[in-house]
Ligand binder design. Structure first.
Ligand code: QV4
Ligand code: CA
Length: 519
């Protein structure tokens, strides 16, 4: 509530930090490459009941269709127009999905690709997701329309027209990122077209945007664009709500362009978080879990209320973008769950959960030759539906990390402890740590190569709790481990380093009611 009042007082830009989540929900899930139809169903049958606050969707704009390699996932980062047909579905399906998700209180955040159109080598014709004609060589995109004078080539000073040196801020903003035709965003006409696209989505009911490649756009240009965005639809959001903005800026340090240049405009992705957390959980370079005691700003991350955090994203899980080899993914499931548990238990940042598909990795010279492979699809390239197995996991190569019990239950944990400070920190000076969130939740992690056996102060009310990592609270009992907290808040913990998941988490909603024990 406080946040809403403050946002009103300080006006516009501050409001764009607020994800406008409903029912005290706190996390975003990125349903990477999912079809709109499947997202709609997932909102109703899973995301709303399990307490997910919002979905980041893949770019809904018309994109190039690449056939060599065969329909890579990254074709969707090469817009042809702002028409709304894509590999995920039609405009009607998009609209239906946004409506159905909003109706169950799950927000939709759009991945907006506005820095560029398709690659300069994208050819000519109508190999585009709505079948619209374009000519990349002539920089002609009649369906927007954009033509050659809407692009930056005059401004870019490199011989190749490409970004050659990330130490030159002019190149990074005005030249082509991997040959992608760079839009001249200082032109009012270009701004108008981008604003029209974003406003159309806002009017359909989306709650905000992940702004792709923000590092490659001038903050001043972005500012004028964001200032012209409509307020969110009053069908689902309070009057005067500004769209949530989170900008993709990869700032791992060492470059002149810094994340903080974008703080006035909204939130920013904190890539240091992903790369450092991976290194700590992998125990690389002498990193230890106990060093997480001052995790967050203490690690030179951006202010918590500016940060969007994640263990991995769709780029760095396959070696694109940056972040390096330390990044944990579903391929390292045991460590991944531990890292997700840490992220979701810790108060720092706004959390985004990745939901992926599998592909055939083929490493050569340390690089995955198959890092381009698109989502599970039929022979004609259309994306497969996400089937749900009887045990609630997903089939057909969809990984659905967000449905893994440990991750799903930590999303709920974060909702329960929202607003509570970090408390009752304990560590063994190595890789066993524990911390709580006020009197609402507590987690203990053992990443050492020996057992953990400790009596700790949890800060929780006395009683019996279900561990939400090894199981669930179900009809008055626990399907996994059970924990006794005494009247002083102390509890004995034993975690074998051989456990499938060597961590425990309990919270006030996983507490068994007295009656079920005494009756
Ligand atoms: C290639 C060469 C070029 C050459 C060109 C010739 O690399 O040097 O000039 O061919 O035609 C794809 C290909 C890439 C190809 C390019 C243009 O992979 O090899 O250029 O298309 O045809 C995704 C992928 C990119 C992909 C792009 C467009 O990751 O590989 O490029 O989509 O399809 C930086 C940025 C950051 C960015 C990150 C990946 O600061 O903003 O790199 N992250 C975002 C998205 C990301 C997306 C883009 C930006 C671009 O998260 O998924 O790139 O929209 O760190
Ligand atoms: Ca640019």
């Amino acid at each position: 509530m406080k946040l809403v009042v403050l946002a009103g007082l300080f006006g516009l830009t501050f409001g764009q930090n607020d994800p406008h989540m409903k029912h005290e929900r706190t996390s975003i899930v990125h349903l990477f490459e999912w079809r709109w139809e499947d997202i709609a169903t997932e909102c109703e049958r899973y995301l709303a009941p399990k307490g997910f606050g919002g979905v980041q969707i893949s770019p809904p704009s018309e994109s190039i269709v690449v056939t060599n390699p065969w329909q890579p996932w990254w074709q969707r980062y090469q817009p042809i127009s702002y028409n709304l047909c894509s590999r995920s579905g039609t405009e009607e399906e998009l609209k239906d999905m946004i409506t159905r998700c909003n109706n169950v209180g799950v927000n939709i955040y759009v991945d907006a690709v506005i820095n560029h159109m398709c690659g300069a080598g994208g050819g000519e014709g109508n190999h585009s997701s709505c079948g619209t004609y374009f000519n990349a060589h002539k920089k002609d995109f009649p369906s927007v329309p954009f033509s050659s004078w809407d692009f930056n080539d005059g401004k870019c000073k490199t011989a190749s027209g490409e970004i050659e040196n990330y130490n030159d801020i002019f190149q990074v903003r005005d030249c082509r990122l991997v040959s992608l035709l760079d839009l001249a965003m200082e032109k009012d006409y270009v701004r108008v077209k981008i604003v029209e696209y974003m406003n159309k989505l806002i009017d359909m009911g989306v709650a905000g945007f992940r702004v792709d490649a923000s590092k490659h756009m001038w903050p001043g240009d972005l500012s004028t664009i964001f200032d012209r965005l409509n307020n969110l639809s009053t069908r689902w959001f309070p009057t005067g709500s500004k769209p949530f903005i989170y900008q993709e800026v990869i700032d791992l340090g060492g470059e002149p362009i810094q994340a903080k240049e974008y703080f006035d405009l909204g939130r920013v992705t904190e890539f240091k978080y992903s790369s450092k957390l991976g290194a700590v959980v992998r125990k690389w370079k002498n990193e230890k879990l106990c060093y997480l005691k001052n995790w967050g700003e203490g690690w030179a991350f951006m202010p918590s209320d500016k940060a969007v955090v994640f263990v991995d994203n769709h780029d760095n899980q396959r070696g694109h973008g940056a972040g390096g080899a330390s990044v944990l993914t579903f391929w390292d499931a045991r460590l991944y769950k531990m890292a997700m548990g840490l992220m979701l238990a810790h108060p720092y940042g706004l959390t985004r959960v990745m939901s992926s598909y599998q592909w055939d990795r083929r490493f050569e010279n340390g690089k995955d030759q198959n890092d381009w492979i698109g989502p599970p699809s039929h022979g004609n390239g259309s994306t497969k539906a996400v089937p749900i197995n009887p045990d609630t996991t997903c089939g057909e190569g969809w990984v659905c990390e967000h449905r893994w019990r440990q991750i799903r239950n930590m999303v709920a944990f974060r909702n329960v402890v929202h607003g509570q400070p970090l408390s009752n920190w304990w560590d063994n000076s190595k890789n066993q740590i524990a911390f709580g969130r006020g009197s609402r939740g507590f987690t203990v992690i053992n990443n050492d190569d020996w057992n953990l056996s400790e009596t700790l102060n949890t800060g929780l009310p006395g009683g019996t709790y279900c561990d939400v990592i090894s199981g669930d609270k179900l009809s008055g009992g626990c399907t996994g481990k059970q924990l006794e907290v005494d009247k002083d808040g102390r509890a004995y913990f034993f975690i074998s380093n051989k456990d499938e998941d060597p961590f425990i988490a309990v919270h006030t909603d996983s507490k068994l009611s007295k009656s079920s024990c005494t009756l």
